[in-house]
Design a protein around this ligand. Structure first.
Ligand SMILES: [Cu+2]
Length: 779
């Protein structure tokens, strides 16, 4: 009844159409209730095999922590329940990235806010006594979640966000910055606003196109620091459509940057900016057009070439984007693009980089989000048919909030049906949504999605509102969903054994075993159709998954008499730019059906040049015609090519030495350390029950006037002001954390007891703290 999905090019054929319940009782293509995230899922990251960490902006969530509204939680994948976590600063629209040791950091954010997103009532946005959030524009929030499993993951002192700006902070204020890891694990933190709004420009009058009167932050810096922030002209030239730029580190060590309709290669060492061709058809893919953008899986079959796929977004004309205040058209009437374009920024054949048209999505989407799946396919979820990201109480054309048809939302027409893209499928056949269920929960601005270790996808959030509003057209959303890709209809999933705890860059191969129970039919066919994938789900927010990447490890095999087979698996290629050091999920796919993923560490767990070794030659594959699998169901193995799984005679004849230093307690000894000496004592607090946000019916998008909602008051600072964002101050950057500096370390005492009225010696926000006062710059 349903056409099988094609998966050519990865040697992985997914022969199971959506619609049937598989081995674990989940129906391929279906949504299940993912429970309540307690805070709206604006940002997600996978901390370990069990837990997803969730961040929201500071807002009036009913869920409480330490006596105030919570904006952080930890979500247990197995039970689909969340527990609130303390987060000190306002992480509203920050960026985030893993570190080589498995830590995650979120960078920057917004000022402290109170109800209605009005500036925090202490120090004009430094702190708010109602929400009890602190300013977060320079925050560096660090979590080391690798070992935070089990019931105490929410309460263990070692599993709390380290959020102390006296010890660790950005040099510049950044809101809507992008984080991109370098091959040595250093993170580039790029661009953003220092004082927010709809887009990052004054318009039409613009006397200061570089700094926008202090509201723009067109610079980059590194974490750990490599020096002062540096101006990036590309961001200036992108004319306001430059926040959350799309970034992808390339094999050369340069990074692709894409903003507005401009594209370049950036050299993070020299700072050189090398222009690449502009985006075709004038389509904007960055926020707030928010196209779905991801790098295609890197495979031996394509020699690990790096191609980035851009889909959807908006081709609104330049003036329609307006300025900090609001768009100059009624965006919800403007259709999002369905088009897709590929770009290989560093063509391996030496040709000039050029955008290439690709198959369009089944429908237009703004805020669509790509999730790389372990079988090599790419899922797009969330988003809307019309409009853009962002929210506002008006546009230039609709000047009264009571006339806004969708409340504050600047998008409409939520798309509830996922779609899957198959790299390498014949042109015209790359997209499918056949048999996929449609969610009835709108997932628009501030929604998110993340690959889970069982190869399903967590979908959360949506909140195009300045503060919590559960009664408006597109409400603040706490309900999560789990979406099950078609491979969940398979009657058997592979269960590999011998998965390593670390992967190195080059060096000796390793063996893992696929038991006969993991498949049915011919062992030779199964082994031919087996792939090994490293998956990095990334840090997700604003329809982006920063750091998301998929890399297939080369392998050969030996089939055994009993139907089991041994996979001889190569380490990652000896170039850390292809798959930067840090945590990843390890999957094995048999006939396009993934195993569960296991989290491991790629690289040596430390910031610094990663050890590399020659690629060891894999043993030749050994076949055995009589061997059969014992898994349930028919084999369903398609006649797809066997891909790259035969012995690679071209591989190096050297047998690389085991890379030194990759073994010892990798996850625990990284530069950021496993323990931050958090001294505060925190008590587990029962997560209070929320009134679930009303799930607005999909597709019922008729105009509704006069929708109730929190309408913030305004504080004007620029010649174009924004609705929900407050004044910030530029300040000096003299003491941002430097790992080589002797006067700071991450084991310093950490206190947030200002709320208890005790000593605030180490609290940057305490009224007598040495480095701040409430009426001057904080740092
Ligand atoms: Cu945002």
């Amino acid at each position: 009844m349903l056409a099988p999905l094609l998966a050519i090019g990865l040697g992985a054929s997914s022969a199971f159409a959506a619609g049937a319940a598989g081995a674990e009782g989940h129906k391929g293509g279906s949504f299940e209730d993912g429970g309540d995230t307690l805070v709206s899922g604006m940002m997600l990251m996978l901390g370990n095999d069990e837990k997803v960490y969730i961040l929201d902006k500071s807002e009036g969530n009913a869920a409480q922590v330490n006596g105030h509204a919570a904006w952080g939680s930890v979500y247990d994948i197995a039970t689909r329940t969340a527990t609130t976590l303390e987060v000190i600063t306002n992480p509203f629209c920050s960026s985030g990235m893993h570190m080589p040791n498995g830590s995650y950091i979120t960078f920057g954010g917004n000022s402290a806010v109170g109800p209605g997103a009005n500036p925090g009532d202490v120090g004009n946005g430094l702190f708010d006594t109602t929400y009890q959030d602190y300013a977060g524009q320079q925050a560096v929030r660090i979590l080391n979640p690798l070992t935070c499993t089990g019931d105490d993951a929410a309460t263990s002192d070692d599993c709390q966000w380290f959020d102390n700006s006296t010890v660790a902070r950005l040099q510049a204020m950044r809101w809507y910055s992008t984080a991109e890891p370098m091959g040595d694990g250093t993170v580039a933190v790029i661009g953003g606003f220092s004082n927010g709004g709809y887009i990052n420009r004054n318009y039409p009058e613009n006397p200061d196109p570089v700094w926008q009167g202090g509201a723009s932050q067109p610079t980059y810096e590194f974490w750990p620091s490599r020096g002062q922030p540096v101006l990036m002209q590309f961001l200036v030239d992108a004319g306001g459509l430059n926040s959350y730029p799309h970034t992808f580190l390339m094999a050369s060590g340069k990074a692709l940057l894409q903003a507005n309709v401009s594209t370049m290669l950036w050299d993070p060492v020299s700072g050189d900016e090398i222009p690449l061709p502009p985006m075709p058809d004038n389509i904007v893919r960055v926020y707030p057009a928010s196209g779905a953008v991801a790098m295609l899986p890197l495979t031996p079959a394509n020699n690990y070439s790096q191609t980035v796929l851009f889909c959807g977004g908006s081709d609104m004309p330049d003036d329609a984007w307006g300025n900090y205040s609001w768009p100059f058209i009624n965006t919800w009437d403007y259709p999002a693009s369905a088009k897709c374009h590929q770009l290989e920024p560093e063509p391996q054949d030496g040709s000039a980089p050029a955008y290439v048209d690709d198959d369009p999505m089944p429908e237009g989407r703004t805020m669509g989000q790509f999730i790389l799946l372990p079988n090599g396919q790419m899922l797009v979820v969330n988003g809307g048919l019309n409009g853009t990201a962002g929210y506002s109480t008006q546009t230039l054309l609709t000047t009264s909030y009571s006339d806004m048809p969708f409340g504050m939302s600047l998008a409409a027409g939520p798309v509830g049906t996922p779609a899957i893209y198959t790299p390498g499928a014949p042109a015209g056949q790359r997209w499918s949504n056949a048999g996929f269920d449609t969610s009835d929960i709108p997932r628009l601005y501030h929604s998110s999605a993340l690959l889970l270790p069982d190869a399903s996808v967590l979908i959360a959030g949506s909140n195009p509102n300045v503060d919590v509003n559960t009664s408006t057209f597109f409400p603040t959303t706490y309900k999560a969903e789990i979406w099950y890709p078609p491979y969940f209809s398979a009657p058997t999933r592979p269960v590999p054994s011998g998965v390593p705890k670390t992967i190195s860059y080059g060096g000796d191969s390793f063996d893992i075993t696929i038991p006969a129970s993991s498949y049915s039919g011919s062992a030779n066919d199964a082994a031919d159709n087996t792939t090994v994938m490293l998956m990095r789900p990334g840090f997700t927010t604003h329809a982006m998954n920063m750091g998301q990447r998929a890399l297939q490890l080369n392998n050969t095999y030996t089939v055994n008499q009993d139907g089991s087979y041994i996979l001889h698996v190569a380490q990652a290629p000896p170039n850390a730019n292809l798959f930067q050091p840090g945590p990843a999920l390890f999957f094995v796919n048999v006939n396009g059906i993934p195993s569960n993923g296991t989290m491991l560490i790629v690289g040596n767990g430390q910031v610094g040049t990663q050890p590399t070794a020659d690629v060891a030659q894999l043993p030749p594959s050994v076949r055995l015609d009589s061997a059969k699998g014992t898994g349930s169901g028919s084999s369903n193995s398609n006649s797809s090519s066997s891909g790259n799984n035969t012995a690679n005679s071209a591989s190096s004849s050297h047998t690389g030495a085991i890379v030194g230093g990759i073994v010892a307690a990798i996850a625990l000894v990284g530069i950021l350390g496993a323990v931050f000496g958090i001294c505060i004592s925190r008590r587990k607090r029962a997560a209070s029950q929320l009134t679930p946000g009303a799930a607005y019916p999909m597709g019922a998008a008729s105009g509704v006037g006069g929708v109730g909602g929190a309408v913030p008051s305004r504080g004007g600072i620029r010649n174009s002001d924004s609705s929900a964002f407050v004044p910030l101050q530029q300040d000096n950057s003299s003491s941002a954390w430097d790992p080589n500096a002797s006067n700071v370390n991450l084991h310093s005492p950490y206190r947030d007891d200002i709320r208890g009225g005790n000593s605030g010696e180490f609290d940057p926000y305490y009224q007598n703290a040495p480095r701040m006062s409430t009426n001057a710059a904080r740092y």
